[in-house]
Design a protein around this ligand. Structure first.
Ligand SMILES: [Ca+2]
Ligand SMILES: [Ca+2]
Ligand SMILES: [Ca+2]
Length: 276
């Protein structure tokens, strides 16, 4: 077989999770480059072996991973020394494209046959938790045991302010709070200012987080921020009608909770009721 070139002009390729490639470092100083197609976000393992498939002393390889321009981005000589002298690279691609695997001999002094393989790394298994363990993590574990809660029972009220949110954010916040009300019986009453609220909803800071104040296990004030970018996963902050679809504004219904325990009204409904 003709020697494999050592540049981005190589015509040799290796397929991830495909057949292994057997080749030769014909003389000291030889390098062989193999083009490999990688996908962003995927983790790969590239490994050399002897032709018999073992990590032995048959050929003391080195392995380099090169970017689409041929620049070095990772290198390994021996991955398990002692006893082996073969080479392995694990790499997570951040950009999809054609990369190059560069096989050489140790210190440009080794030569001989080698086997090259490329495969996707098995994802690390995630731990499994039951509902009680998840709940304990949320109430205690995350806070290093410093659990805290609102001083409120089913039927009680927490005041919230979402006047700083744009309309789609208000809709999402009300929908979420309605679900919390259904599950807990706690009423979320909208008030007219952040200063008057127990929970202040904002969307003007990066990311999604909650800042809370509490003492002796009782929360006194919280700010919940969910940025527009975090919600939509892009920089454009506004909800827009999808092209080709009729855009309907969200309507708020004035309704009484089914259990009659409390009245949960949108501000606009309260205005209507009060003749505003
Ligand atoms: Ca060669
Ligand atoms: Ca070569
Ligand atoms: Ca080596």
């Amino acid at each position: 077989m003709a020697d494999t070139p050592a540049s981005t002009a190589t015509t040799r390729t290796i397929t991830v999770d495909g057949p292994v490639v057997d080749d030769t470092l014909e003389n000291p100083g030889d390098h062989d480059w193999f083009a490999v197609t990688l996908v962003a976000g995927q983790t790969y393992t590239f490994v050399t072996a002897s032709i018999s498939g073992t990590n032995d002393y048959s050929t003391d390889t080195t392995l380099a991973l090169r970017d689409p321009s041929g620049h070095l981005i990772a290198f390994n000589d021996d991955y398990d020394n002692p006893p082996g002298q073969m080479s392995k690279i694990t790499f997570t691609a951040t950009t999809s494209g054609t990369y190059y695997l560069d096989v050489g001999g140790y210190n440009d002094g080794a030569s001989g046959d080698y086997r090259l393989s490329a495969f996707t790394a098995a994802p690390t298994a995630l731990p499994v938790y039951d509902n009680d363990e998840i709940a304990l993590q949320l109430t205690d574990g995350y806070w290093d045991g410093d659990a805290h809660h609102w001083d409120v029972a089913p039927g009680g009220t927490i005041d919230v302010y979402m006047g700083a949110l744009e309309s789609s954010g208000q809709f999402l916040a009300r929908t979420a709070l309605d679900l919390w009300s259904d599950a807990t019986g706690i009423v979320f009453a909208e008030v007219g200012s952040a200063a008057a609220a127990d929970i202040d909803f904002t969307d003007d800071q990066q990311g999604a987080f909650t800042n809370m104040a509490w003492s002796n296990g009782l929360m006194t004030q919280a700010t919940v921020n969910i940025s527009l970018t975090w919600r939509f996963g892009r920089s454009h902050p506004r909800l827009r009608p999808e092209r080709g679809r009729h855009h309907r504004p969200v309507r708020h219904r004035c309704h009484r909770r089914r259990d009659g325990r409390s009245i949960h009204l949108h501000r606009r409904c309260r205005l209507q009721r009060n003749g505003g």
